[in-house]
Design a protein around this ligand. Structure first.
Ligand code: HEM
Length: 503
């Protein structure tokens, strides 16, 4: 009896082992280098499960250990995935052979997350084309000039908020993410939905867009677990069935959009926000305004625009606080450009702030918010590396682009460990290989909100620097260590600074 039981357990264990490692000779068979250390069931991602490093950080480690190859095969849990390491191959995947790699690797379940179902990031085929066309139209130069009017109002509220805080004390200590998340939440509510998001009103903070965004987008333990399930272990989420957008956020957005649209039916006032634009486009296309579709456009604007831009701004703010010379130089540019434009933040004024562009680029290179891109092969094709490696890629294979690794590789960047905005100066920027600098991705799926992101970030930085200075506070844990298990890069303990008025 005991022997039979032991034999059964043994057979069961061997079966499970074979199941968990079934694919683990995939790269060997194709003669593609594969790092050692793949473990049954988790492949090369044990450190992700134990929350030691984030997915992006793990891809960065693999990049740095395998720089001599053009490509390297890994096991993402049980599935084979290919990391392309050469800029030329990155170009092939993102641009030249886009038709073979047009799907993003992140998926959501439409029934669990109906309000994310129209977001181009999660779509492909016709649905992607339609969603992308709409956003491209919304962020054309002409529309951006109009959206800037709402952003300017937010800049005023931002300045008043800081003045109120500084009125009784000489300096304040705050966490940059906290400050900038109020700004971007207020932009999204104003430019996106045409309402006051209450994000600078500390008395009504609990009802604000800022609090709502924070509740499900901030990298807390619970949110990280949800990200992990939804985006990295979707097979396990078939059991947990956790949506990315929590029920309370779903209710919050549905209520606001239905109230706003109801109000608009009865008023004559013309509106210039993103929500109105999407409603008009639906009408022009002959569709009846469907509240679900409209709400999902609004939610996309919120999710894509709020966290990405505020986190990027925080890293820029931290770099300015760390490098006072850069801060002074940028302030000089802001003040001199604004003086030429009667102190008003116009579209042209922002365009003239070119050193600011350099600071933003260098900050995005130094602290990539999205450490990797994730694509799926949709059509059988072949990739050839300059080292002679050739790989036939089957539909369904995951392709990972190591953004962080490429952006700190000394073969493409002189002294990459130094923060130096001058590397993006007019005399040097043309020498940069586009496919080694990917903060917004590249090719037909490149971030469609990039111009909106830059517009709001530049307006925010100009407002801040013209009047206030930043200094790193000892509350910032140095050297920075990034939170493991997040999708977007986030520093442990936050980035704390002192803000004071400039003399
Ligand atoms: C600094 C802020 C931002 C950063 C760093 C950022 C970064 C990115 C990146 C890396 C991608 C993936 C590109 C690829 O797969 O090749 C992306 C896609 C996207 N972003 Fe952004 N983004 C930012 C702001 C925004 C804003 C403000 C919006 C809109 C309101 C937006 C909307 C989108 C959309 C819709 C996609 C999917 C595009 C597609 O698949 O066709 N992003 N973004």
């Amino acid at each position: 009896m005991a022997i039979a039981l032991i034999s059964l357990i043994f057979i069961a264990l061997v079966t499970v082992y074979f199941y968990l490692t079934k694919n683990f000779n995939y790269w060997q068979k194709r003669k593609i280098p594969c790092p050692n250390g793949a473990l049954p069931g988790v492949g090369h991602f044990w450190s992700l499960i134990t929350m030691k490093v984030s997915f992006g950080e793990r891809i960065r480690q693999i990049y740095n250990d395998n720089r001599n190859h053009s490509m390297v095969g890994i096991y993402n849990f049980r599935s084979p995935a290919l990391i392309v390491l050469e800029p030329d191959l990155v170009k092939t995947v993102l641009q030249t052979k886009f038709t073979s790699f047009h799907e993003n690797g992140f998926k959501i379940e439409a029934d669990l997350d109906p309000l994310l179902a129209n977001n181009p990031f999660f779509n492909y085929g016709e649905k992607w084309i339609t969603g992308r066309k709409r956003l491209t139209y919304a962020f054309s130069s002409m529309r951006l000039r109009i959206l800037l009017e709402s952003v300017k109002q937010v800049c005023e509220q931002f300045e008043n908020f800081l003045d109120r805080k500084l009125s009784k004390v000489g300096k304040i200590e705050l966490q940059l993410k906290d400050l900038f998340a109020r700004f971007t939440a207020q932009v999204v509510s104003g430019a996106g939905f045409g309402v006051d998001g209450l994000s600078f009103d500390e008395e009504k903070e609990t009802e604000s867009f800022y609090t709502m965004g924070k509740s499900f987008l901030e990298p807390t333990g619970v949110n990280n677990f949800v990200f992990l399930l939804v985006f990295f272990i979707p097979a396990l989420n078939k059991i947990f069935r956790s949506p990315f957008l929590p029920k309370r956020a779903d209710r919050f957005f549905r209520t606001i959009i239905s109230e706003v649209m109801e109000q608009r039916r009865t008023e004559e006032k013309p509106r210039n926000d993103f929500l109105q634009l999407m409603a008009d486009l639906e009408r022009v296309e002959g569709n009846k305004i469907d509240m679900n579709v409209l709400t999902s456009h609004a939610v996309s604007f919120f999710i894509d625009g709020y966290e990405t831009s505020s986190a990027t701004l925080s890293f820029i703010g931290f770099n300015l606080a760390t490098f006072p010379d850069v801060q002074t130089k940028l302030r000089k540019e802001v003040i001199s450009v604004l003086n030429k434009h009667d102190g008003v933040i116009t579209y042209e004024a922002l365009k003239e702030m070119t050193y600011m562009d350099q600071v933003i680029c260098e900050s995005q290179r130094f602290f990539p918010l999205v450490g990797f891109l994730n694509k799926i092969c949709t059509e059988e094709t072949e990739l050839r590396g300059s080292d002679g490696l050739t790989c036939h890629i089957q539909p369904g294979t995951q392709i990972l682009i190591p953004v962080h690794g490429l952006q700190e590789d000394s073969r493409y960047w002189e002294r990459p460990e130094i923060f130096d905005p001058d590397r993006f100066g007019p005399d040097k920027k043309n020498n940069i290989d586009r496919f080694t600098f990917l903060p917004f991705g590249e090719g037909p799926r490149m971030c469609v909100g990039m111009r909106m992101a830059l517009l709001q970030m530049k307006a925010c930085l100009a407002t801040l620097l013209k009047k206030y200075s930043l200094e790193v506070s000892p509350k910032t844990r140095l050297p920075l260590k990034m939170v493991p298990s997040t999708f977007l890069t986030a520093p442990e303990g936050g980035l704390w600074v002192y803000i004071r008025p400039i003399e």
